[in-house]
Write a protein that binds this ligand. Structure first.
Ligand SMILES: Cc1ncc(COP(=O)(O)O)c(C=O)c1O
Length: 363
């Protein structure tokens, strides 16, 4: 049997066609395809503006810079997320303040946010873990009360909704990632979305060496402010445009994977599947089990890849803090596992995985 992957990106024929446009035009830098990709993403998630970047990490960094978050500021970040969320805060000079997560869905705890707020707090970065929305209503209300910014880390939540709004489009800014394990990929790549004119006007100079408009190519451009280079290229955007043509189909398959797991593992008492609401897109299906490491190994021996959850950030060397401050992430991270969740899976694959999980637990 071929290996069942945990995730598998897929290059489509449309990717070649769009990338060829960039190659044929002899224009491989940021150009018309990037603008087209930005417009499509903005439209897709109901945002006024979108700005493409080199990665999701760069997107969060630029979003923080656009809000003038920097040295001396604190930014509240969940303890259980990919470390990129905290690293992006560090990159802008601010201090990431880690807080615990909810046991029910592993998104940022509202009580923990409230306890962490002080005079230095400037922003909250909720993470929509594996497509599950953090409680945005509560977060927006806290932010309003304390005059804080909200940047949604929606790296794993493209097209997931909360109520009638897309995740990423609720806070002041939202950030997506197009790395290889996301629903659509550009190799590396990211996108910032916002509805705020003023914030958007700061993103262009920040990602392009302080130029308010795309550079003329002339050496005598005016650089009004300090900026960097975090621009996507038309080669990447071309791939993104190709990938977008398959988004709907992929999302349907990812939902189907989740539903099959939920249905077929519902009576297995040693496993609990995290919820996915109707309007959410489960990026990957995640479960809790006491025998996480043994199950992961068993599946691997059966040629099936699953993926252990992130370690809590407070246990990583650069951010080390006592476990006692984070009871939920400390307790749950070692039990959490992502089951094979690729959009390339078939029903048969998913059912075989469920069968193997049950076999393992019977032993
Ligand atoms: C929750 C989360 N935040 C941030 C990132 C960073 O995105 P990138 O890898 O594109 O820099 C990722 C994904 O990789 C992620 O899963």
């Amino acid at each position: 049997m071929n290996k069942i992957p945990w995730w598998m990106p897929k290059v489509e024929k449309e990717d070649y066609e769009f990338i060829k446009k960039a190659l044929d035009a002899n224009f491989v830098n940021e150009g018309p395809l990037t603008a087209q990709f930005e417009n499509k993403i903005a439209k897709l998630v109901g945002a006024k503006y979108a700005s493409a970047t080199t990665s999701g990490t760069a997107a969060i960094f630029l979003a923080l810079k656009a809000l003038d978050v920097g040295y001396g500021d604190e930014v509240i970040v969940p303890d259980l997320t990919f470390i990129a969320t905290a690293n992006a805060v560090d990159l802008c000079g601010a201090k990431p303040v880690l807080v615990d997560v909810n046991p029910a869905d592993l998104t940022i705890s509202i009580d923990a946010i409230k306890k962490a707020i002080n005079v230095k707090t400037k922003a909250i970065v909720p993470v929509h873990v594996t497509g599950r929305g953090a409680d945005m209503e509560a977060i927006m209300s806290i932010a309003k009360k304390h005059n804080l910014f909200v940047i949604e880390d929606a790296a794993e939540a493209l097209t997931s909704k909360q109520g009638n709004k897309f995740l990423g489009a609720i806070g002041d800014l939202g950030c997506f990632s197009f790395s290889a394990n996301k629903t659509i990929s550009t190799g590396q790549g990211g996108m910032i979305i916002t509805n705020n004119d003023k914030i958007f006007s700061k993103l262009r100079p920040l990602k392009d060496q302080g130029r308010p408009m795309r550079g003329t190519g002339g050496g005598d451009d005016i650089h009004n402010s300090i900026g960097y280079n975090f621009r996507m290229t038309d080669l990447q955007a071309g791939m993104g445009l190709g990938q977008l043509t398959h988004l709907k189909k992929r999302a349907e398959r990812m939902k189907r994977n989740y539903e099959l797991y939920k249905e077929n593992l519902k009576n297995v008492s040693e496993i609990s599947i995290f919820p996915s609401r109707q309007e959410e897109l489960p990026q990957w299906t995640d479960i809790l089990t006491e025998k996480r490491d043994e199950l992961e190994k068993y599946l691997k021996d059966q040629n099936m890849d699953s993926r252990k959850y992130w370690r809590p950030i407070h246990q990583q060397p650069p951010y080390r803090l006592p476990d006692d401050n984070f009871p939920n992430s400390t307790r749950l991270s070692p039990k959490a596992l992502w089951l094979p969740s690729a959009f390339t899976l078939t029903d048969e694959n998913t059912l075989t995985i469920c069968k193997k999980i049950k076999e393992f637990l019977k032993k």
